[in-house]
Design a protein around this ligand. Structure first.
Ligand code: GUN
Length: 295
């Protein structure tokens, strides 16, 4: 038996379609166009690709991109000044500062400077705190995408054993909070976890957000489990080309019940959820009800 492949590309396209329809309705009924500011500092090649894809997706959804590319030498003060300007700009409903930032800039300080109502990454301590408290919040995009994919397999996650590998603020911690909110029994494993393979073997739903290529092996998997692979790792392939692989080895598909592919799994969902968050932020800022688009 081989695992069902969860088609993130298709599910993301559906969500993007719903966001686009809602954006068109907002323009038709209210004359409003949501705007997303994406800020990139420096020339990290992976970040440049992500930022380009985000801006393209924003335009395709009928929203307005506000792109800011700053040199790698940008000071923390200059970036904080730009964030303050974007906070004050009514045409900007969402602000995303691409991470990682150059070492002279304290990322936490920049995140804390973003207006929580415009924090479409959901990284601000106010939004992280609301998520942990079970209050409505802007929720990080990759974790939202993971939950939507898991729920394509399990109508309800209630009572399932969920194991998250990784405890970052971007993925591990928020995805664990979302799984808890879905009434799963949640374990957060990390680099200091003793006997990681046996912890993972408990999981009905395993979320791998480690950043280590193909680390999760077939004998870590409970037969039939749902495996969500958040990894995007560049490794040397044949003929000197680089290849993208996840945190989960291909052999896992021989044991798992369902598996997200890399690429084409979680990645496309992240962008779709960013669009959904931007629409949601715009609605909140205009005093409109939250759009009913399944996120
Ligand atoms: N770098 C890697 N993932 C992300 C993300 O989701 N948001 C931002 N802002 N930077 C990232």
């Amino acid at each position: 038996m081989t695992a069902r492949i969860i088609d993130g590309k298709h599910i993301a396209a559906e969500l993007r379609g719903k966001v686009t329809d809602a954006v068109h309705r907002m323009l038709r009924d209210r004359g409003l166009v949501p705007g997303l500011a994406v800020v990139l500092v420096g020339q990290n090649p992976a970040s440049e690709v992500y930022v380009r894809n985000k801006s393209k997706a924003v335009t395709e959804a009928g929203m307005r991109p506000h792109d800011h590319h700053l040199p790698a030498s940008t000071s923390e003060a200059a970036l904080l000044e730009l964030v303050a300007k974007l906070n004050a700009d009514p045409a900007v409903n969402g602000i995303l500062v691409q991470l990682p930032l150059p070492e002279q800039i304290d990322a936490q300080k920049v995140i804390a400077a973003i207006d929580p109502a415009k924090d479409v990454d959901g990284f601000h301590p106010v939004n992280a705190g609301k998520l942990a408290s079970g209050l409505p919040a802007l929720v990080p995009c990759t974790p939202l995408g993971c939950i939507m994919l898991a729920k394509k397999v399990h109508a309800s996650l209630a009572g399932l054993e969920a194991v998250v590998i990784g405890r970052s603020n971007i993925v591990g911690k928020p995805v664990a909070q979302l799984l808890l909110a879905e009434n799963a029994t949640v374990t957060i494993a990390h680099s200091k976890t003793v006997d990681l393979p046996s912890v993972c073997r408990r999981a009905d739903v395993l979320v791998a957000a480690i950043g280590k290529p193909e680390m999760v092996r077939r004998d870590w998997i409970k037969p039939g489990a749902t495996v969500i692979d958040v990894g995007i790792n560049r490794v040397a392939g044949e003929g000197g080309k680089t290849r993208i692989v996840g945190d989960v080895a291909a052999e896992v598909s021989q044991v798992a019940g369902a598996l997200t592919p890399v690429p084409g799994g979680v990645g496309p969902m992240t962008i779709a959820c960013l669009l959904a968050n931007t629409l949601r932020a715009a609605c909140m800022q205009h005093g409109l009800p939250a759009p009913n688009i399944g996120s």
